[in-house]
Design a protein around this ligand. Structure first.
Ligand SMILES: Cc1cc2nc3c(=O)[nH]c(=O)nc-3n(C[C@H](O)[C@H](O)[C@H](O)COP(=O)(O)OP(=O)(O)OC[C@H]3O[C@@H](n4cnc5c(N)ncnc54)[C@H](O)[C@@H]3O)c2cc1C
Length: 375
């Protein structure tokens, strides 16, 4: 166990940051959680409603194994902290294409879980929340990490820092000479007030997810309390969050493949300008797996040792960790990532099989590049 200081700064106030901050606080750490915007869940985690379900593949892959573990972890957190109907609802979903059949899932408003993680941590008195605090740089000084504002003033300092700032993690790592292969994938969800009965018994999924009905008192006052939804679009490389009619039309095509009745209703609602949109930017890595673990030391990456070191043995930046690149699976990954990273920060083995730990190791890209250079 790390008994040195047990004080950490976590940068990022979405699912990733709140998940790891909560897990650290529950282990007795004092945590400062920083977000760039004046509110929690200002980024992709502001999604009105998403689906908590595993990524299923014909044979197991790291993502299918991670999300199978992660869905159970998130579900436990929801059951512990968020009342059903006030941020999440258990459902069954009909898979129409891949992995056909009816499956257990949940509809979740991610901000409700973020808020609940923060509330629980704040109730211990060991979480300090700093919203509206964009971090422009991270610098090492006298054995501590200093978090700096754009004007160079110090926002906070700690021996342990977690970059959980989605794409914002890339610029912060770059400032330390560490290149992270993270890229944006913009997406839009189309939704609207549910007027009358739901047009399907349960969610339908193929190339997109149709949610015929989601009720959540927490959606109001921005949005109606009961909505239908269809999503989501994928625009690789885009970072704008403007709502477009083109994206609504994309989602309409997805919906038509799932339910002609619901698509006709959406088309009529579009004509009446009664379709709402929400757009956000996912952060994805080169291999689409998350980055969870200690940041590699760029100074130790360029050298070519006579024998290839194991990934786990690559040199690391002391006290600097990453928790990002959740792509389209933030709900399935955040609780597991938080628990796993908090264990690693506390000096324990990550509660993940070695192959999964390597699959999410932030040093894997540099390690693979070094291997390619050697062959
Ligand atoms: C349209 C759409 C549909 C989706 N549907 C689903 C779904 O159905 N199921 C699912 O599981 N996932 C879904 N996702 C993905 C999910 O929303 C994300 O994986 C998840 O929200 C990512 O959480 P995060 O905390 O990593 O990032 P974010 O929520 O984006 O949070 C990043 C945080 O970092 C902060 N930050 C950034 N830079 C800095 C800085 N320099 N200083 C301080 N703070 C900083 C931001 O202020 C923000 O608080 C969807 C995403 C989109 C866009």
């Amino acid at each position: 166990m790390n008994t040195a200081s047990r004080e950490a700064c976590v940068i990022g106030a979405g699912l990733a940051g709140a998940g790891v901050a909560n897990a650290l606080v529950r282990r007795g750490w004092r945590v400062s959680l920083l977000g760039a915007a004046p509110r929690l869940a200002d980024g992709a985690s502001g999604l009105p409603v998403g689906m908590l379900s595993p990524h299923v593949t014909r044979s197991p892959t790291p993502m299918s194994r991670l999300t199978a573990l992660g869905v159970a972890c998130t579900r436990q957190a929801l059951e512990r902290l968020v009342p059903v109907g006030a941020g999440w609802t258990p459902v069954e979903v009909d898979n129409r294409g891949h992995d056909p059949g009816r499956h257990a899932a949940a509809l979740v408003r991610p901000a409700a879980l973020v808020q609940a993680w923060v509330d629980e941590a704040q109730n211990t008195g060991r979480l300090a929340l700093h919203l509206g605090s964009p971090v422009a740089g991270v610098a090492r000084d006298d054995g501590l990490w200093r978090l700096l504002a754009a004007d160079g003033t110090e926002i906070a300092r700690a021996g342990t820092v977690v970059l959980a700032a989605a794409l914002g993690s890339r610029a912060l790592a770059e400032g330390l000479g560490l290149a992270l292969p993270l890229h944006p994938v913009q997406g839009q969800l189309s939704f609207g007030p549910l007027q009358g009965p739901a047009l399907a018994e349960r969610p339908q999924r193929d190339d997109g997810v149709y949610v015929p009905e989601y009720r959540d008192a927490g959606l109001a006052p921005h949005w109606p309390e009961a909505v239908w939804a269809i999503g989501s679009t994928y625009r690789r490389g885009a970072t704008d969050t403007a709502i477009t009619q083109d994206a609504h039309r994309d989602n309409l095509a997805r919906l038509r493949a799932l339910s002609a009745t619901a698509a006709d209703a959406m088309e009529a609602a579009l004509a009446r300008s009664q379709v709402l949109g929400w757009a956000g930017v996912r952060c994805a890595s080169l291999d689409r797996l998350p980055l969870i673990g200690a940041a590699p030391d760029p100074a130790g990456l360029g050298t070519k040792p006579p024998a290839q070191p194991a990934l786990v043995d690559l040199p690391r930046l002391p006290g600097l960790y990453l928790c990002c690149a959740f792509g389209s699976r933030g709900l399935a990954l955040a609780a597991l990532a938080g628990e796993a990273l908090a264990a690693a920060i506390d000096g324990e083995a990550m509660p993940l099989a070695p192959a999964l730990r390597d699959a999410v190791d932030p040093a894997r890209f540099a390690w693979r590049a070094a291997r390619r250079g050697r062959s």
